[in-house]
Design a protein around this ligand. Sequence first.
Ligand code: SAM
Length: 195
Amino acid sequence: MALATRGEPVYGEPTADGWRRWDPHRSKLGAMLELGLDTGFEAGDGVLYLGAASGTTVSHVADVAGPTYAVEFAPRPVRDLLTVCESRPNLFPLLADARQPASYGHVVEANLDVIVQDVATTGQATVALENARFLAPDGRLLLSIKARSEDVTREPSAVFEEALETLESSYEVLGTRKLDPFHEDHLAVVATPRA
Ligand code: SAM
């Protein structure tokens, strides 16, 4: 059975009867779900999505979730993201830097159920720490860490270990899973805020 959501198609994905295939090769969160990771993500959840790009994954998230705040700092993909938002009234695009949560703190609601993060930049664990303020106490961080974005010269396992150590200061890690064969040298992390 293939993973799919109901909504307007976005990236040329196969569709049938209003359903659109969620391609795990194009989406880290799609890969997490396909690999059976326990994400805790449920229909109607309030979501903060960091690193939305042109909306491939966040479009699927918004098809299922409640209010979905999509942060992306590159203006070019945000132009395409705006089109994705047209048919999704619960999807709010934010042209903002995920390292500066204060710049969107007045727009994004508190106590969200889920943060999805896929920023593929240096300091990925630090970005997750800086945005923990938006999560409910029992909320979930669904983080994808791209090893090569931290340091192309280091072993991915060393990069992942260091990122997990950084995360542990504010989060309890509930599960991890490499995203092979869908995404090479990526680690998926499910975590919840520390009490
Ligand atoms: N999550 C997207 C998807 O599955 O459709 C793909 C995201 S792509 C791997 C990473 C994105 O994060 C890029 O569009 C990049 O511009 C964005 N990004 C990187 N650093 C960022 C930051 N500090 N704030 C906001 N966006 C950032």
